[in-house]
Design a binder for this molecule. Structure first.
Ligand SMILES: [Zn+2]
Length: 314
């Protein structure tokens, strides 16, 4: 009897040990494999989030309410990156200090990096694939490559499979269980949703083909070109300096000459100057946001809504 009891106790003990070990092993292998992800600009969060295993955490490095240009990554940002499993950034010189830091990294680092521009083979020294009309003397671009890749739904759709691969690699690198099937499914769903955004922009902007707009800074050449709008002028340069009087005069002239429907101001900049220009050129002021709060789908929907509403009337 005593012996039987002891055997049962021993069996229970061994069973508990096995259960404990199994749960430890599962925990170690991270069956759900949440990832610690860092993105630079807010909209990248909305693009990568749907692909991540449940419980993953995303940190946006650039604080809301400011321009994405000339942001200096702090030492704290760099240490946040150092502790992350996966970094998603734009490239093309938008995040120079981050790119430098990633280059200097120790080779044994397991972190996975994905650069939007590199993934799509877009190079900063490459020729920009935009139509430059001969005689187009308006200062519509800074003759630098357009870094705002996330504002073009076609490019976002193209980057999704690369992001899916990066997520799978990050899960494996952190010792998580294989998540290929789930991630592929998520990537398919995401690509389909992004394709829906592209279709909506195409369909709803179709009636406004050839219309000209003015934007606060030069963030929208890609969507403009893709959906048939023209950027007649931009108010600010990418270097964040205040525009000169000559520049302002040029914007007013472009608004008149190109029958611009509206000046689209961006929440990251003070609207006062744009309002002054609008009064002078007798054009309305509307809103468009290149950054948003991290929800890419809502950003794209609100921008499309604003364009359609404000292109409708002169
Ligand atoms: Zn910008």
């Amino acid at each position: 009897m005593t012996l039987r009891l002891t055997t049962i106790r021993l069996a229970l003990f061994v069973g508990a040990l096995i259960a404990a070990f199994a749960s430890f092993a599962l925990g170690q292998r991270g069956q759900t494999a949440p990832l610690n992800v860092v993105v630079t600009v807010a909209p990248l969060r909305g693009i990568i989030e749907p692909l991540l295993p449940p419980g993953s955490k995303i940190t946006i490095l650039m604080p809301p309410g400011r321009s994405e240009h000339g942001y200096e990554f702090s030492s704290q940002d760099l240490s946040t990156i150092a502790k992350s499993d996966l970094v998603f950034y734009v490239g093309l010189g938008l995040e120079p200090r981050l790119e430098q830091a990633l280059k200097k990294e120790e080779p044994q680092s397991k972190r996975i990096e994905i650069c939007f521009a590199t993934a799509l083979g877009i190079k900063s020294d490459g020729h920009e694939d935009h139509d430059e009309e001969p005689g187009d003397d308006h200062d519509t671009h800074d003759h630098a490559i357009d870094q705002h890749l996330w504002l073009d739904p076609v490019l976002v759709k193209r980057v999704v499979p690369h992001l899916g691969k990066a997520v799978k690699n990050a899960v494996v690198a952190t010792g998580g269980a294989e998540v290929s099937a789930e991630t592929d499914k998520r990537a398919q769903d995401l690509a389909a949703r992004v394709a829906g955004v592209d279709e909506a922009w195409r369909a709803r902007l179709e009636p406004f083909k050839g219309r000209a707009i003015v934007t606060h800074h030069n963030a929208f050449p890609r969507p403009a070109q893709r959906y048939g709008l023209r950027i007649a002028a931009v108010i600010r340069g990418l270097e964040n300096a205040e525009p000169t009087a000559a520049k302002i005069e040029g914007v007013v002239r472009a608004i008149r000459e190109e029958k611009v429907a509206a000046i689209f101001v961006e929440p990251q900049y003070n609207a006062r100057l744009a309002e002054r220009i609008a009064r002078e050129a007798q054009v309305k002021v509307a809103r468009i946001d290149p950054i948003g709060d991290g929800d890419w789908f809502s950003l794209m929907e609100q921008n499309l809504e604003s364009l359609v509403t404000n292109l409708g009337t002169k």
